[in-house]
Design a protein around this ligand. Structure first.
Ligand code: LLP
Length: 427
């Protein structure tokens, strides 16, 4: 559930009409609901409460805006980070270092050192060479890095191939067959403190069954590793729970169902659990508000051309993702239309043959469920400045990221000396 509702015929975020925000900030603009984020945080916490005192480490990659991170830090969440940048943003927004886990296959030595010095809760190692490198960094710094290995359980998450991470052919983690040797070796490395095991098989999962299969493998491995003398005290079960994008489709499992499954599977593990939810916390807490530039006749359905493009919301062009599209002030009649952006490629298509609210040039429309993997994946392709972000709380709202200016785009480039000299010569 979210806090985007029609009130007196106009779409609001909590108590604020989206049209007010669009009028003040311009379009396109991302709008986030504090109430929705807080509600999802509470629901998730309650859903996994039966598993003891887990660390809920929000996957920063889903939405790294400082206001989002600070809202979740206040709700007691930690952070799952995958870069030095995410680590620094999480710390800057008030996330305690001892609530941070660091995932990712390509951590550099600089990033390892940064996280070591910050004193994070756990590094999720994705390979044996990474373990060697981290140990060296930690020794150099006079530290011991707390680590888990991420296991690749070779389970098909049943989601889009580009966001599936748990199959043996994927780049993530180490196979179960190599686990024992990897843990033995890591336990002997002077810079590492082996404490845990981790798994994450993919994102936007619509069924619990693949997760349960992966977790059962983790449970079995915990037993084997302990038998071999490894002190496994932490099990990080990753993220992945899907959110409803299309109200007409069967919804994904609820956090409560997920939590009950975990409590059952992990009952006898005797570990502290870590969860890394991203999308399920912020997905439905955001909308991208855009304005119809014009409506153009098509060979079939008309093209509704909006002022947001694939550079602002990449998910449809990258994953064929389906986002609900609503008129901010619907007139009541529906049409079938193609919704497209202004970018110069056909991939810049948000919806094809979509039954949606009839809209006219100048109308506002909202792409729903745009709180996760949306603003953060934006680019400036076609020299379109990055979209601003707004946070709503009750009847208040604030810009939490300014619209980038074209001047800033131009300023970021540097002219090489031979071109600036040439320019001077012609002056
Ligand atoms: N933990 C790890 C190690 C991850 O790689 C991810 C997401 C998460 C947690 C959080 O997963 P979530 O709970 O959000 O499903 N850009 C894609 C999604 C990529 C997900 C990457 N990893 C999209 O727009 O669908």
């Amino acid at each position: 559930m979210d806090h985007f509702e029609l009130r007196d015929g106009v779409l609001h975020c909590e108590e604020v009409p989206l049209a007010d925000i669009a009028a003040a900030v311009g379009t396109p603009v991302y709008v986030y609901s504090t109430g929705t984020i807080e509600r999802h945080a509470r629901v998730f916490r309650e859903a996994v409460a039966a598993t003891g005192d887990p660390l809920i480490a929000y996957a920063v990659k889903a939405n790294p805006n400082a206001a989002v991170l600070a809202t979740l830090a206040r709700a007691g969440f930690g952070a799952d980070v995958v870069s030095g940048g995410e680590l620094q943003r999480a710390r800057a927004a008030g996330v305690a270092a001892d609530k941070i886990v660091f995932s990712g296959v390509g951590k550099t030595e600089e990033e390892m050192a940064l996280a070591c010095m910050a004193g994070i809760y756990q590094f999720n190692l994705e390979s044996e060479p990474e373990a060697e490198a981290l140990s060296e960094v930690a020794v150099r710094l006079g530290r011991r890095a707390p680590v888990a290995f991420r296991i690749n359980p070779d389970v098909d998450a049943g989601t889009h191939a580009k966001i599936s991470t748990g199959k043996s052919e994927n780049k993530f983690g180490i196979p179960e067959a190599r686990a024992l040797a990897a843990y033995r070796r890591a336990s002997a490395l002077p810079g590492l403190e082996v404490q845990g095991i981790a798994v994450h098989i993919g994102s936007q999962l619509m069924r619990l069954e693949p997760l349960e299969r992966a977790f059962a493998k983790i449970g079995a491995l915990i037993g084997e590793l302990r038998a071999a003398g490894c002190d496994i005290r932490v099990a990080d079960l990753g993220g992945g729970l899907g959110v409803p994008y299309d109200p007409a489709q069967e919804p994904p499992p609820s956090p409560a169902e997920y939590g009950a499954m975990v409590a059952r599977v992990a009952r006898d593990w005797d570990v502290r659990l870590v969860f890394e939810p991203g999308r399920v916390i912020v997905g439905n807490a955001g909308a991208l508000v855009t304005r119809v530039v014009r409506v153009k006749e098509g060979a079939g359905d008309p093209f509704v051309i909006v002022d947001a493009g694939m550079n602002d919301l990449m998910r449809p062009s990258l994953y064929d993702a389906w986002h609900n599209i609503r008129a901010v002030a619907p007139r009541g009649n529906k049409v079938s239309a193609n919704v497209v952006g202004p970018v110069c490629e056909t991939g810049d298509t948000f919806a094809t043959g979509r039954s949606m609210d009839d809209v006219l040039p100048g109308d506002l429309v909202a792409f729903m469920t745009a709180g996760a993997y949306a603003a953060t994946m934006a680019s400036t392709y076609n020299s379109r400045p990055l979209t601003p972000e707004v946070m709503v709380s009750g009847n208040r709202w604030a810009v939490v990221r300014d619209r980038q200016t074209v001047e800033a785009l131009i300023r970021a480039d540097r002219m090489p000396p031979w071109l600036s000299e040439a320019q001077q010569e012609t002056e």
